[in-house]
Ligand binder design. Structure first.
Ligand code: HEM
Length: 425
């Protein structure tokens, strides 16, 4: 169970450090919205999305990313609405135990360890590779996969109906060895060693009760780079621009399971969709920039929609060019994925780039996007949008989905409780 580790994370979720709580650049609407978000729900996060600054810690305040503490307790788990730090280690575990009591014991051990690690402390019998590193904004986000609800833990009647493997989509080549799992652990930190260390400690603390099924490292932009612009993906595009802004009703309804959710243990949780998407960098680099921009529907340099304006300007899908056709192509990625064409459905995309080196058989980079989306409703948000993209998206000619996983993300923990307690009591 979470023990009291000091005032820094005693009450609501905060991002803190030896320096004051970091804020986005103190300008206009984004600063006001940030403060309103913190006041409203204790949300630790910088604002992302339309008419806000790019996510990132405010380097202007001199805040050291290595000293950032992101509170582990709160109504929701950290690592979703909190800013995405530069490094990811995502690990899926399979359980080797049976019985709910054994699973409870594991979750208690993990909860205690996460409370230690996220404040930069060592765990019992720590392996020591991050001694003196600082917490580095470490967040750990845990979830449970569909397979947890078989007969091993007497949880069959607690499985949310939506929690099942995703259907198949056109063009995908899913490798089961890097898909699924009983449990997910998403570790994010400003330092790769801190994220790796956290997963290593949790694996050791599992003490044979869970073994790693698959793991993936990912990277994004550094804190300093994020303070200046929206991070770019490996196709060179600004990625994340139109994510719903933290602290808005759109964000809350897109991401969190509401209070009337059944089963009740999921209230305050979310669903995570994980897709490892290989990006064919060679083929992409070989087409002219105008073609690249047509495929996505936005300018590569500025991130602005092809209908005009700046990065934060809303796309106008009706604007036609001199040939009479819409300037944002009907098969462009942003048009197909936009809420206007998906019954209002939005999602939080919080993925990381990956680079697994060269594929020896092709000589091509084995690299792409480790796509992570958080949604409240898989059947209304991710599944129909992905179906439209798989069938029509111009970008899809340059990408291949090679893994597929879905997890129910547990609600947050409070002092004195442990991860998954509402599910496991
Ligand atoms: C390698 C694969 C992908 C790449 C390179 C990619 C890239 C992008 C880019 C550059 C944007 C525009 C900037 C932004 O708003 O973030 C975007 C928007 C978006 N993407 Fe993707 N994406 C990929 C896969 C996916 C998948 C699998 C989904 C969901 C099924 C998805 C859903 C969205 C959504 C919902 C938007 C916002 C649309 C809007 O409201 O304007 N993307 N993506």
């Amino acid at each position: 169970m979470v023990r009291d580790h000091g005032a820094r994370h005693r009450s609501r979720r905060t991002v803190s450090s030896a320096a004051p709580v970091p804020e986005p650049a103190a300008r206009g609407t984004s600063r006001r919205r940030f403060l309103a978000a913190v006041a409203a729900g204790g949300i630790a996060g910088l604002v992302t999305g339309c008419d806000s600054d790019p996510p990132g810690y405010d380097t202007a305040t001199g805040t050291d990313p290595m000293q950032q503490v992101v509170s582990f307790t709160g109504p929701h788990q950290a690592g979703i609405a909190t800013p995405a730090p530069a490094h990811l280690v995502f690990t899926a575990f399979d359980l080797t135990i049976r019985g709910r009591a054994a699973l409870r014991a594991l979750m208690r051990r993990w909860t205690d360890a996460i409370a230690q690690l996220t404040t930069g402390r060592s765990t019992e019998s720590d392996t020591g590779e991050t001694a003196s590193s600082g917490p580095a904004a470490l967040t750990i986000t845990a979830g449970v996969g569909p397979t947890l609800f078989d007969d091993r833990f007497a949880l069959t009647d607690r499985r949310p109906t939506a929690l099942r493997p995703l259907p198949s989509f056109r063009g995908e080549r899913i490798d089961p060895a890097i898909s699924g799992g009983d449990l997910m652990v998403q570790a994010c930190a400003e330092d790769p060693m801190v994220a790796l260390h956290a997963v290593r400690q949790l694996t050791r603390l599992a003490d044979g009760a869970a073994r790693v099924r698959w793991t993936q490292r990912g990277f994004g932009a550094s804190a300093a780079a994020r303070a200046h612009q929206t991070p770019r993906n490996l196709f060179g595009q600004k990625d994340g621009t139109s994510n719903p802004a933290v602290g808005t009703p759109t964000f809350d309804s897109a991401v969190w399971l509401p209070d009337n959710t059944y089963p009740a243990w999921l209230r305050g949780g979310s669903y995570a969709v994980i897709r490892k998407i290989r990006m064919n960098l060679g083929a992409w680099d070989a087409i002219p920039q105008a073609e690249q921009e047509r495929a996505v529907g936005r300018s590569k340099d500025t991130g602005a929609p092809l209908s005009g304006g700046g990065e934060r300007t809303a796309p106008d899908f009706a604007t036609a060019g001199s040939n009479g056709r819409p300037v944002i192509d009907v098969r462009s990625h942003v048009r197909l994925a936009h809420p206007a064409f998906n019954r209002g459905a939005a999602m939080l995309r919080r993925g990381y780039s990956y680079d697994d080196g060269l594929d020896a058989s092709t000589g091509e980079a084995e690299a792409g996007l480790f796509f992570i989306a958080y949604v409240a409703d898989l059947n209304r948000q991710f599944i129909p949008i992905q179906r439209r993209l798989a069938d029509n998206d111009r970008l899809a000619a340059f990408t291949t989905h090679i893994s597929s996983s879905v997890f129910a993300v547990l609600p947050g923990v409070h002092d004195g409780s442990y991860l998954g307690q509402p599910l496991l009591v």
